[in-house]
Design a protein around this ligand. Structure first.
Ligand code: GLC
Length: 755
């Protein structure tokens, strides 16, 4: 991208328009530590899909010009801009943060034609080796200590430094290893933690984009995109939590979910009839393993046609759901976008009549193949199409469905990828697949969320596989088709932590692994690790070993019961974290680096995570291991199981036999807990237990009806519990507009488990 000399600038409040010889740049200070940068090109303006409302906070800025350099100062930042749009951003105290790279890109990555042929000869993919310059591009300097976090669901380890990634929503059934460049989600938000200081960058461009974070050179990292414009946000804030908060201030926070959605969930592709579902439901109850949700995969539809119901196998519409409801279960059904091409089928007819399906560049209906065979793709970028699609959910809601699972919405296609020129719309503006691919799942999830909200009046439970930055406002996510591999259990921790750092607080993996066959040990360890992951769903693929706990014998049943019950005990703590997250954007499941960013021991810590700020879970993630090396950061920590007091800032070795997931609580923590139930709603939650960890501290707890939006009208209670130096506990009611608990019972830590 060419800019040339900086010629002039004009200022309009917090917005500057910079004129370079060959290009123009708009720079807008949105708040003292958030800056929006957009290169003016001749493209039609792309509406942001992630930042849906104009965001701006009145901020004092001053602009000065010193020769060829322009300096924009906010109370938190200094932005210096020179010729060729070289831009450096530092903190107000001159701590260097973001610097443009001024050298030439190294030729290290340029591979000649002859070599490319050789590489391809053995079947290696060379598409990404050919072109390393993009029409939209920016190259930034790297320091040796820079570590990267965020980027959504990318595979591999917590710290993304030295790897390269792509944003192009991809359904790839191979085992997702750390060399994968792209998975189902595109969340081009990156946090850079420097030796001193940190910043975030959000590249708001939906086209296929690329991030090379030090693989090509230790001197720089780059962002490139195949189309659209260079449109990005610099996010300061000083600390990692503040950067995450700034990012979610822009793109939205994960809303408070219904309480039951935090319960345990069972799913499988291949429950082929109502009897299968009934058996699973009954078995959980007879074994006294709590479970709240049963998912119905594509098996429930007639010929995989969306919004149909296979009466032959699943019985009269509504009957199964009424039975499940009577047993305390909530049903979630899957819906895929691919709509079967079948004259006479109502969705096909309605879509055709109204022009709701994508067309090829010549105006013919675009057809590819997914589960139902030849199928069409609803053009979800248009509100009219979203409303049509959403309206059809009413039938499912009326049948008794409580949540919707959106799948295959990258969109997946079995007959080769959709050509980039397939015509889609961004509302009424005609555009193409190249621009809309990465937001296809986003708009499907939005359609679903808005429909469920209107039809039920409750907080919608939507799960989506594909999404873009900002989809967290509409949907929870799962990480797609993982496998029953130890490496995938290991990946769960960094993958969910990075999703959380990217705004997606409500996320989870298929517990036990989707593809391949789980073993008893793997399932135990997965349940232990996922016990504190926000979305807790066991799911597996047709043809693999069945994966409900009882498929593996008594020991697995016992371990599952222990950890699923533990999950139900911790529900109020998790719910509080969601409530706070709706305000702050901070996730439930957090890497330690989020709160201990200056501790070098946690920058690459992949095997443990925090739940809020008070708890560390250190699950065993290796086959055969019965001990765990745990890193505890500075401060005093207590072992949840034994009550042992441990000074942090060091590694410890903890015994961890098959039924033990090491868990630690920070001194002074107060953790709200409920008595375990078989499902949310089984008994009224009229007693709150407080797990008291020695030390001074206080904690705020939120209580409401757990289902609708009444809390936004003030119908909730807020309690503050405080522990003083002597261990006395006091309760203050900060807000009282909901029936309060009948009992609040403090319990000291150390009995293994309370309530
Ligand atoms: C996809 C989904 C998986 C689902 C299957 C059948 O592979 O990722 O979760 O079970 O499709 O619908």
């Amino acid at each position: 991208m060419k800019y040339g000399r900086l010629i002039s600038y004009t200022q309009d409040g917090q917005q500057l328009e910079l004129a370079f010889e060959e290009n123009g740049v708009l720079l807008e200070v949105l708040k003292e530590d958030v800056v929006h940068i957009r290169v003016r090109d001749d493209l039609p303006p792309c509406r942001s899909k992630a930042v849906e409302e104009k965001k701006s906070v009145p901020t004092e800025i001053s602009v000065s010009r010193d020769g060829q350099q322009l300096c924009v100062t906010t109370p938190a930042l200094k932005i210096r801009i020179g010729d060729d749009f070289r831009m450096d951003i530092s903190g107000a105290d001159e701590t260097p943060l973001l610097k443009d790279y001024c050298g030439e890109r190294t030729a290290a990555a340029a591979i000649g034609e002859k070599e490319l042929k050789q590489i391809a000869a053995e079947g290696h993919d060379i598409t990404n080796l050919k072109e390393k310059n993009y029409p939209v591009q920016t190259v930034k300097a790297l320091d040796p200590d820079d570590a990267f976090y965020g980027l959504g669901d990318k595979t591999g380890f917590l710290n993304k430094r030295n790897y390269e990634y792509e944003n192009w929503n991809t359904d790839n059934p191979q085992a997702h290893n750390e060399d994968f460049h792209a998975l189902y989600k595109s969340i081009p938000f990156l946090i850079c933690k420097k030796k001193t200081g940190a910043y975030g960058l959000f590249f708001d461009n939906t086209f296929h984009s690329y991030l090379n974070l030090g693989k090509e050179s230790p001197e720089y990292f780059y962002y490139g995109a195949d189309g659209g414009s260079l449109d990005y946000y610099f996010l300061g804030g000083g600390t990692l939590p503040q950067i995450v908060s700034n990012y979610t201030w822009l793109t939205g926070t994960t809303p408070l979910p219904q309480l039951w959605t935090l319960g345990y969930q069972q799913s499988r592709w291949g429950y082929v009839c109502a009897k299968d579902i009934r058996e699973v439901a009954e078995k959980y109850r007879s074994l006294q393993i709590p479970c709240d949700v049963i998912h119905l995969d594509i098996d429930y539809m007639e010929d995989y046609k969306v919004f149909t119901w296979d009466e032959a196998e699943y019985g009269k519409p509504g009957e199964l759901f009424a039975e499940l409801k009577a047993g305390g279960y909530k049903a979630v059904t899957i819906l895929d976008p691919g709509t079967k091409l079948e004259p006479g089928y109502f969705m096909y007819e309605e879509g055709m009549k109204n022009g709701y399906f994508a067309k090829d560049k010549d105006g013919n209906l675009y057809v590819n193949v997914v589960w139902p065979g030849e199928a069409n793709y609803p053009d979800f970028g248009r509100k009219e199409v979203r409303d049509w699609w959403g309206g059809h959910h009413k039938a499912l809601v009326d049948m008794g469905v409580s949540g919707i699972w959106n799948d295959m919405n990258e969109p997946a296609s079995f007959r080769g990828p959709l050509p980039l020129d397939v015509v889609f719309h961004d509302e009424e503006r005609e555009t193409d697949h190249a621009e809309m691919h990465n937001v296809y799942g986003h708009f499907m999830a939005k359609a679903t969320f808005e429909a469920l909200k209107e039809q039920t009046g409750k907080r919608p439970f939507v799960i989506t596989r594909a999404c873009y930055a900002g989809t967290q406002k509409y949907s929870t996510v799962w990480t797609g088709d993982n496998q029953s591999l130890w490496s995938h259990l290991q990946m769960m921790v960094p993958q969910l932590c990075n999703l959380g750092m990217s705004g997606f607080s409500f996320c989870g993996t298929d517990v036990g692994g989707f593809g391949a066959d789980a073993t008893p040990e793997l399932l135990c360890r997965w349940v232990e690790a996922a016990c504190f992951s926000p979305l807790f769903r066991n799911h597996s693929a047709m043809g693999t070993r069945r994966q409900e706990p009882w498929q593996f014998g008594e020991e697995v049943i016992a371990v599952s019961r222990k950890y699923i019950e533990l999950r139900y005990r911790f529900l109020p703590y998790l719910y509080d974290l969601f409530y706070q997250g709706e305000r702050t954007g901070l996730p439930v499941m957090r890497p330690l680096v989020l709160h201990y960013e200056d501790d070098p021991n946690v920058r690459d810590l992949n095997g443990e995570f925090m739940v809020g700020e008070q708890m560390i879970a250190a699950p065993v993630l290796e086959q055969g291991a019965v001990k765990k090396i745990v890193y505890l950061p500075e401060g005093i920590w207590y072992d949840f199981w034994t009550g042992e007091k441990i000074a942090g800032g060091r590694h410890i070795l903890r015994d961890a036999p098959l039924d033990c997931c090491p868990i630690y609580l920070k001194a002074g923590s107060i953790i709200p807990m409920y008595a375990p139930v078989q499902y949310v709603g089984e008994k009224p939650y009229d007693t709150l237990y407080l797990l008291i960890v020695p030390g001074e501290g206080s904690y705020e707890h939120f209580q409401d009806n757990g289902t609708d939006y009444a809390y936004r009208q003030g119908e909730y209670n807020s309690y503050r519990f405080t522990q003083d130096r002597e261990g006395n506990i006091t309760t203050e009611m900060l807000h009282h507009q909901y029936p309060e608990y009948q009992n609040i019972i403090p319990e000291p830590l150390g009995n293994g488990c309370i309530c």
